[in-house]
Design a protein around this ligand. Structure first.
Ligand SMILES: *Cc1c(COP(=O)(O)O)cnc(C)c1O
Length: 393
């Protein structure tokens, strides 16, 4: 890679440029479907011995994501939660973490139900309020865990601010960068130590693979510790899935630019609808995190959420929508409408959920690649049907 190469170029070519002795001219990274590797002789072994420990297709993806995030080591896991859990399992008994209130439901479940079994405790804090983050730091705190923009209300965390608190107290900063991808936000450049991804979402981009990635800033103890968990606990991503993610990453720029542009148009449209009580999108100047987001990211992304009057209204609305699929997940080429209460955030108890603003009328929309006017027409007719069916008090 030359110094002048732009990230968009690296997305497409980054994985194919390192490798391979046997140059076939293939434009894609080969899928090395091999669990083991024949060693040349008794004394000297090649770079790979067994695919849990290392696989050339996985290597290509791991190097690619490390390069895209400006990190040094990348790790591919069987899911985003696999990457998140492996990174947190580098901690020790007695350690404590401070976690953003607005955290992905599966991360919440891991931190609240599994980590305590290993003697790792946590405190949730409002990461949109840096004083609250610092106030939650204890003597045994080792990690501040941020997600920005977050799920599902698109709360924005000041990454530089969190990093400053971490540095002051000698802590590490982990950032879940799933919503932005390295195309729009590079937490390691802002001082974070570990970046995490559900590659199931925008990086994969076609709703065909479950995958997770972790990247460390340095190849220091933390990088070695994550590798030890990856190899020692075994939650690796298989070569076929690594291939899918590499292919997805190639079109990330074209997909995400279009989806983000359409998301802004839809967010602005929703803001003008009288039955839409609130719109959450970091690209709207009315969003409380707008300025901070602008200072650390280059786009607001393709996910937004909005509040409808109540559960009944929301049900009719969802059942009337024709283009988006109604499903968990996000980041696909198809628009995905989800109901956080029973989907992504079902793992969070109701009282906690409501405290976090995840109410019965909240919907999340991940904007895909359909024509934006078709999506707006669809939303318009669904709002009308819901209004007719339900008397709004
Ligand atoms: C989906 C998601 C995860 C979990 O990833 P999986 O691939 O589903 O395990 C983590 N963080 C965020 C922000 C997500 O959207």
């Amino acid at each position: 890679m030359t110094k002048h190469e732009n990230l968009e170029t690296t997305l497409v070519t980054g994985a194919v440029q390192h490798d391979y002795e046997a140059k076939s001219g293939a434009v894609n990274v080969p899928i090395y479907a091999s669990s083991t590797f024949d060693q040349e002789n008794f004394d000297s072994f090649g770079p790979y011995d067994y695919s849990r420990s290392g696989n050339p297709t996985r290597d290509a993806l791991e190097k690619l994501i490390a390069k895209l995030e400006n990190g040094t080591r990348g790790f591919a896991f069987a899911s985003g939660i696999g990457a998140i859990s492996a990174s947190l399992l580098t901690l020790n008994v007695g350690d404590h973490i401070v976690v953003t209130n607005e955290v992905y439901g599966g991360t919440y479940r891991f931190i609240t139900t599994l980590l305590p079994k290993y003697g790792i405790t946590h405190t949730f804090a409002d990461f949109t309020d840096l004083e609250a983050v610092e106030a939650a730091v204890q003597d045994n705190t080792v990690v501040l865990f941020a997600e920005t923009p977050a799920n599902p209300l698109l709360g924005v965390t000041d990454i530089r601010g969190v990093v400053a608190i971490a540095k002051k107290h000698g802590l590490k900063t982990f950032v879940d960068n799933t919503f932005m991808t390295p195309l729009y936000q590079k937490p390691l450049d802002l001082g974070a130590d570990v970046v995490l991804h559900s590659a199931t979402k925008f990086l994969g981009g076609h709703s065909e693979v479950i995958a997770g990635l972790a990247v460390t800033k340095k190849d220091d103890e933390l990088g070695k510790a994550i590798y030890a968990i990856q190899n020692g606990m075994g939650g690796i991503l298989g070569p076929h899935d690594c291939f899918s993610v590499i292919q997805g990453i190639k079109s990330l720029h074209a997909r995400l630019e279009m989806s983000s542009k359409n998301a802004l148009t839809i967010a602005e449209f929703l803001q003008q609808q009288e039955d839409v009580l609130e719109v959450f999108y970091p690209g709207l100047p009315t969003h409380p995190g707008y300025d901070i987001h602008q200072a650390q990211s280059t786009s607001a992304g393709a996910v937004l959420s909005f509040k409808l009057p109540n559960r009944d209204f929301t049900k009719v609305f969802v059942e009337s929508m024709q283009i988006p699929i109604f499903a968990v997940s996000l980041g696909g080429v198809e628009s995905i409408l989800s109901y956080p209460v029973t989907m992504s955030h079902a793992a969070i108890p109701q009282a906690e959920r409501e405290k976090r603003g995840i109410t019965d009328g909240l919907l999340r929309l991940s904007v895909g690649l359909e024509h934006v006017e078709d999506l707006i027409t669809d939303i318009t007719q669904a709002l009308e049907k819901a209004k007719t069916a339900v008397t709004v008090k």
